[in-house]
Design a protein around this ligand. Structure first.
Ligand code: FAD
Length: 283
């Protein structure tokens, strides 16, 4: 299908993009890699009169290795993230998850900013960023604010981003748990979206777990950390026994999705299977 007619804007600064958003409001849509928005436009599920293409804004690109964190520009493609040496060293699950997204074309165009703004429940980034304790940098006319990732995803295709805000970066803290992290997923065989995705990040001292962050994509309409699993792991030694105990009731109390790809009971079961896979890989 062909999208409805729209005016195309290509700002070169964040300030210009925000001014365009403020002017056109509800009639506008940000475009980044286009791998989620263009299908939506073609299906005419949304027909904005103005498209604001942020892909040419230099300050929204690049991955910077700072002293205490790694800042990923929102326009960074999944492919750039997958190949970044600092992320591979300090937060291996981030680079690993990026390498598992879609196919090479999707990885070369799709961006981390576009993915988390879209907030598809089957996307890989939410689980990984929740486990990483990331911060989302949002820019608006008055400046910038940083939102803790635990407060960012609000539901199916819903986030904490305001209508006149743009995601400009994502910060990954350099922590002991991020250094010891991994991501596994049960992919939908055609698109590679996650039917279940599990990210796990664990730090320990003298062999005892000091911090555990275990998060899921694909399982529920809102990505989540499983606090029961995390609490059970804390203070224990990561081994077959502690993993079995911690993952005995993964996603209990969570509203689980059910669709033609995977029924609720099957998804819940697979969430447990993939939590065990992730934790066993770290053990
Ligand atoms: C065949 C196929 C397979 C895929 N497989 C996977 C997969 O395995 N795993 C996975 O996680 N994803 C997958 N995707 C989705 C892919 O990762 C998309 O790239 C991603 O969801 C959206 O990123 P984008 O840069 O293309 O955003 P766009 O399509 O340009 O935008 C998406 C939405 O985000 C908004 N937006 C974009 N950038 C910003 C910004 N900086 N600030 C605020 N709002 C913004 C747009 O207005 C739009 O609403 C797949 C997509 C396709 C087409």
């Amino acid at each position: 299908m062909v999208p409805s007619k729209f005016a195309y804007h290509k700002p070169s600064t964040v300030k210009e993009a925000i001014a365009l958003l403020a002017t056109h409001g509800d009639d506008s849509k940000i475009l980044s890699g286009g791998h989620s928005l263009v299908p939506v436009l073609k299906l005419r599920l949304n027909d904005p009169e103005h498209i604001i293409d942020v892909s040419g804004i230099d300050s929204m690109g690049g991955i910077r290795d700072n002293e205490k964190s790694i800042t990923i520009g929102a326009n960074s493609t999944h492919g750039e993230i997958a190949n970044n040496a600092a992320l591979k060293e300090h937060a291996p699950m981030v680079a690993l998850a990026a390498s598992m997204i879609g196919d090479i074309q999707v990885r070369n165009f799709g961006t981390i900013g576009g993915s988390i703004a879209h907030a598809d429940p089957a996307a890989d980034w939410p689980a990984v960023l929740l486990a990483a304790d990331a911060n989302v940098v949002l820019s608006h006319a008055g400046g910038q604010r940083e939102v803790d990732i635990d407060q960012f995803f609000k539901g199916l295709f819903m986030t904490a981003m305001g209508e006149e805000e743009i995601i400009t970066a994502i910060r990954i803290p350099k922590t002991a748990f991020n250094k010891n992290s991994t991501y596994v997923k049960f992919p939908q065989p055609a698109s590679r979206f996650a039917l279940v995705g599990c990210a796990a990040a664990i730090s320990n001292s003298d062999g005892y777990i000091t911090e555990a962050r275990v998060a899921f994509s694909g399982v529920s309409a809102t990505p989540f950390r499983d606090s029961n699993v995390e609490k059970s792991l804390k203070g224990s030694v990561l081994n077959e026994g502690s993993i079995a105990t911690a993952t005995a009731s993964v996603a209990d109390g969570v509203s689980i999705m059910s669709d033609h790809f995977a029924a609720e009971k099957y998804r819940k079961h697979m969430a447990g299977v993939y939590a065990r896979k992730a934790l066993s890989a770290l053990a």
